[in-house]
Design a binder for this molecule. Structure first.
Ligand code: C5P
Length: 243
């Protein structure tokens, strides 16, 4: 279903606000994203509370990045929290990514639950060509670096990557179909862009090959969040019907 492709970013600082969003939008979106602000405001109990409020799928946007042993431990703990998806930084290297995926899958198997999807963050969208070259001393343009890290993630048995909608084509060329692409930076036509720079509409992102889109303020800051989410679902449905 079209709505299953929408992941709503719960970028709030309290359980009350997050639970309120889940209650009002659980029938309009497929999943909810818990980022570092919400997690560090509430602690891990947030996952159970969101489930009680009706969130069936939760993406824990934890962006783990540490030595393989530490990330494996954190991934085991994440898998025990019953989440649907979590992420790690691909720049942690292949051993770290393999350790995360293996730890999460083993823990889920031991618990008899479906393993969480493990996806990789490639190059943060806040990093531009100048930062990449001059601060990080990476001699590659952003698109090539994203495609390179996405392939590294695929070969390290991750399920997919998070990327800007503008990088979807390069990732598909490098990794083929079946490798998940989750894209933030999505804005319905006419919605405020805010601090996002290189945006696409939900329909464009799906047409370019995104599997899931992450949407925050375009829904949560709208006068009518339910109507805003429905409109995005309808736009995705129209595009999916064309494909
Ligand atoms: O409100 P908005 O739709 O811009 O929210 C987008 C969400 O996606 C936020 O939670 C943000 O942290 C996240 N995100 C992003 N760009 C990335 C990775 C994650 O905007 N490259």
């Amino acid at each position: 279903m079209a709505k299953d492709k929408i992941i709503l970013a719960l970028d709030v600082d309290s359980e009350t606000k997050a639970v309120g969003l889940v209650r009002s939008l659980k029938d309009e979106v497929g999943a909810f994203k818990v980022g570092l602000e919400l997690f560090n405001s509430t602690g891990p109990d947030i996952f159970g509370r969101l489930r009680q409020a009706g969130a069936e799928r939760v993406f824990y946007d934890c962006k783990f990045h540490d030595i393989p042993n530490t990330v494996a431990g954190a991934s085991r703990a994440a898998a025990r929290m019953g989440i649907w998806m979590f992420n790690v930084h691909t720049s942690g290297g292949s051993d770290m990514m393999k350790a995360a995926a293996e730890a999460a899958r083993q823990t889920a198997t031991q618990l008899g639950v479906r393993p969480p999807l493990v996806i990789g963050v490639t190059v943060l969208t806040s990093i531009d060509e100048t930062i990449l070259r001059e601060e990080l001393v990476v001699c590659s343009d952003v698109r090539s670096q994203v495609a390179h890290l996405a392939l590294l993630a695929k070969n390290s048995s991750l399920d997919g990557v998070v990327a800007s909608p503008h990088e979807i084509g390069a990732i598909r060329d490098a990794c083929g179909s079946g490798f998940l692409i989750v894209t933030p930076g999505v804005r319905p036509a006419g919605a405020a862009i805010g601090d996002q720079k290189r945006v696409m509409t939900p329909g464009e992102a799906i047409r370019h090959g995104a599997d899931y889109i992450v949407v925050g303020r375009a829904i949560t800051a709208s006068d009518d969040p339910v109507a805003a989410a429905r409109a995005i679902g309808e736009e995705i449905e129209t595009v999916s019907g064309e494909q």
